[in-house]
Design a protein around this ligand. Structure first.
Ligand code: SF4
Ligand code: SF4
Length: 377
């Protein structure tokens, strides 16, 4: 097996003609769109539609990238659909807010069913042998992944490998958090999912990425590049390089390489030189949901980074309570009073950071307790 080949193409703007040119150039550098799809094949496009958010917020894949890839694959006579299972909200509703639904409608690309799923056996899974996969993915011959480059509290960065988590419908995603509360096993599960789904092609939108309190509450950061490859691990490893983040700190990359999903250290870059943004705001410490391997409740309570609500920003919307996968909830209304700011129960909290991920007001941040900070020094 030779090195992974990743096309890096500068693109400074979301102006459609510029993005069309950049996608066409990236695909040409990789041998053409016809290397990835054949005429008549049903291909599902999977953008990142985490939650309802406008394209300017950098939470979701930009519709200009979606349109450019859809046009390129349609020119090969592929039959396209699109979809994602958002963390909160419906595919159609989130897709409209992100501008993806309108872009798809303009190109005659139908919405796939990501609400219902079917269980699929995966005997080769290193950790997970059965997944429930969205009907819209199972109905397709192949998947093309359109991730957004963003920071992430649990996995440090979210990009190509993590994007496929949206092929698991609805609340079933939360079950994986409770079944695999430690980040290492969670990343192994994500890699198994990618080995099952085997995305044909990844086109990462890093024209404007997200830094800081991602993947929803961070800040847009102009990067000006597309990363394109058939190897999702290599795309994520290069995405880390752009963020000046060590890829060996990112479980989806290290597990992806260990389990043969792709290559993180043997990458041939074609096209432009990837930028390295030294001051990109990201957490560069090793992720730990257990308190650094101590592996007991006391270690987790004293050492593991925890979600923290900034009361002044909280609008009492209740999203954090709704998305918490733990029962009884690890973040809830104090005494059932919805007029007050929700409170965390750090003994029950598994540190999945779904509450931080979904808070629409940027009111939840992840902070390491004082003892954890001391030990890490
Ligand atoms: S999701 Fe955010 S704004 Fe909404 S109740 Fe929770 S902390 Fe407050
Ligand atoms: S409180 Fe937040 S971090 Fe803790 S288990 Fe619930 S959603 Fe996950």
């Amino acid at each position: 097996m030779g090195p992974a080949r990743v096309a890096v193409v500068r693109c400074e703007t979301y102006e459609q003609a510029a993005v069309d040119d950049a996608v066409a150039r990236a695909l040409a550098l990789l041998g053409g769109a016809g290397r990835f799809v054949r005429p008549g094949e049903r291909i599902v496009l999977k953008p990142n539609l985490l939650v309802a958010s406008g394209p300017d917020k950098a939470v979701t894949t930009h519709p200009a990238v979606f349109s450019a890839v859809a046009r390129a694959l349609a020119a090969e006579d592929a039959v396209l659909t699109w979809g994602d299972s958002p963390g909160f909200g419906s595919t159609g509703g989130v897709g409209r807010r992100a501008g993806i639904a309108q872009a798809a409608a303009a190109l005659g690309v139908a919405e796939a069913d990501f609400a219902r799923g079917r269980e699929v056996s995966f005997p080769d899974g290193a950790l997970v042998k059965r997944f429930t996969i969205a009907e819209g993915v199972l109905a397709a011959d192949g998947l093309v992944s359109l991730p957004k480059l963003k920071t992430h509290a649990l996995t440090r960065m979210t990009g190509a490998v993590k994007n496929q988590f949206g092929c698991v419908p609805g609340m079933l995603k939360g079950e994986f958090h409770t079944r695999m509360p430690d980040v290492e096993r969670f990343c192994t599960m994500l890699v198994d999912l990618n080995r099952l789904l085997a995305p044909r092609l990844t086109v990462m939108d890093a024209i404007v990425a997200m830094e800081g309190n991602g993947p929803r509450g961070g800040d847009p950061r102009h990067v000006g590049v597309l990363l394109v490859s058939d190897d999702p691990v290599a795309v994520d490893a290069l995405g880390c390089r752009v963020m000046a983040l060590d890829p060996d700190l990112v479980g989806t990359v290290t597990e992806g390489e260990r389990l043969g999903l792709g290559r993180a250290h043997d990458i041939e870059v074609v096209g432009d030189e990837p930028p390295v943004i030294a001051d990109f705001v990201a957490n560069r410490s090793r992720a730990s949901t257990t308190g650094g391997g101590i592996g007991n409740a006391l270690g987790r309570r004293l050492l593991a980074p925890r979600p923290f609500i900034i009361a002044g920003r909280c609008t009492r919307c209740g999203t954090c309570v709704s998305v918490c996968p733990v029962e009884p909830k690890a973040v809830d209304w104090p005494d059932g009073d919805r007029a007050r700011v929700p409170e965390h129960d750090y003994d029950a909290c598994i540190r999945c950071y779904c509450c931080q991920e979904m808070c629409p007001e940027r009111a939840i941040e992840v902070k390491t307790p004082p003892l954890g900070r001391l030990i890490r020094r």
